[in-house]
Design a protein around this ligand. Structure first.
Ligand code: SAM
Length: 236
């Protein structure tokens, strides 16, 4: 089905996997599979024991912006298959006995050491309270890598994922501790207008970030809002 060919890149020997054209496999699926099998981040994630290549996006963003620190409480929205939870649990030194990383996804996923996982839809009206309850208090960081399932209709996909991004942002400003951070997946051109204005009012700095692990050809972009100013006291 596949054949491997040795090529040389600099001094490193690279094994390239070719996926043969065959009946029943659409050309677009064949190309996707070939790209996936030859993706260095996919190969690294297997070697490093990460559940997803997405783990490296958080690693690269955190290495640059220094968000995750030992002892912090973290909420991870759209957690499956668990790469970001793995990174957050290790970097915050979250323990299995008292996890201070909580992930949520409507997909079932394997347990992640140091993280508590809720299998539910984040858009369920009970999700925010369940997350804070599972965490045992307000988070220092809210992460969201949520993406709506793709329909093939680009505009529809953007609108759905932007809706998730907006609900995640509202959640973040309603639960974060002062000084906390919010990182969310978005799209190029997606976070203009009201959402960006709200984040700029609520956080001391807002950055668009494209980590190297996010494919150049992808319109995916991350929005990082740092240093939450806090909520006005009740009654103001
Ligand atoms: C790109 S994946 C996340 C990958 C993850 N960061 C990792 O490192 O393994 C996006 C996830 O968002 C989840 N998702 C999308 N909409 C959701 C919703 N309304 N509630 C919970 N999870 C959702 C999907 O099920 C999917 O697993």
């Amino acid at each position: 089905m596949t054949k491997k060919k040795d090529t040389t890149a600099g001094n490193t020997r690279v094994l390239r996997t070719k996926v043969k054209k065959k009946r029943g496999l659409k050309e677009s699926s064949r190309r996707w599979l070939e790209r996936h099998l030859n993706d260095p981040y996919v190969q690294r994630s297997k070697a490093d024991g990460y559940r997803s290549r997405a783990a490296y996006k958080l690693i690269e963003i955190d290495d640059k912006h220094h968000l995750l620190k030992p002892g912090q409480k973290v909420i991870d929205l759209g957690a499956a298959p668990g790469g970001w939870c793995q990174v957050a649990a290790v970097r915050t030194k979250s323990s299995e006995a008292t996890p201070h990383v909580v992930g949520i996804d409507y997909l079932e996923m394997d347990a992640v050491p140091g993280a508590a996982i809720l299998q539910m839809d984040f858009l369920d009206e009970q999700a925010p309270a369940r997350l804070v309850e599972a965490l045992g208090g307000e988070p220092d960081i809210v992460l969201s890598d949520m993406a709506a399932p793709t329909t093939g209709h680009r505009r529809t996909d953007h609108i759905r994922t932007m809706h998730l991004c907006e609900v995640a942002a509202d959640f973040a400003v309603s639960v974060l501790k002062p000084g906390g951070h919010f990182l969310t997946k978005t799209f190029q051109g997606g976070t203009e207008g009201d959402l960006l204005d709200m984040l700029k009012r609520s956080f001391r700095s807002v950055h668009h970030v494209k980590p190297p692990a996010s494919r150049d050809e992808s319109v995916e972009l991350y929005l990082l809002a740092k240093d939450f100013k806090g909520r006005a006291p009740a009654g103001d």
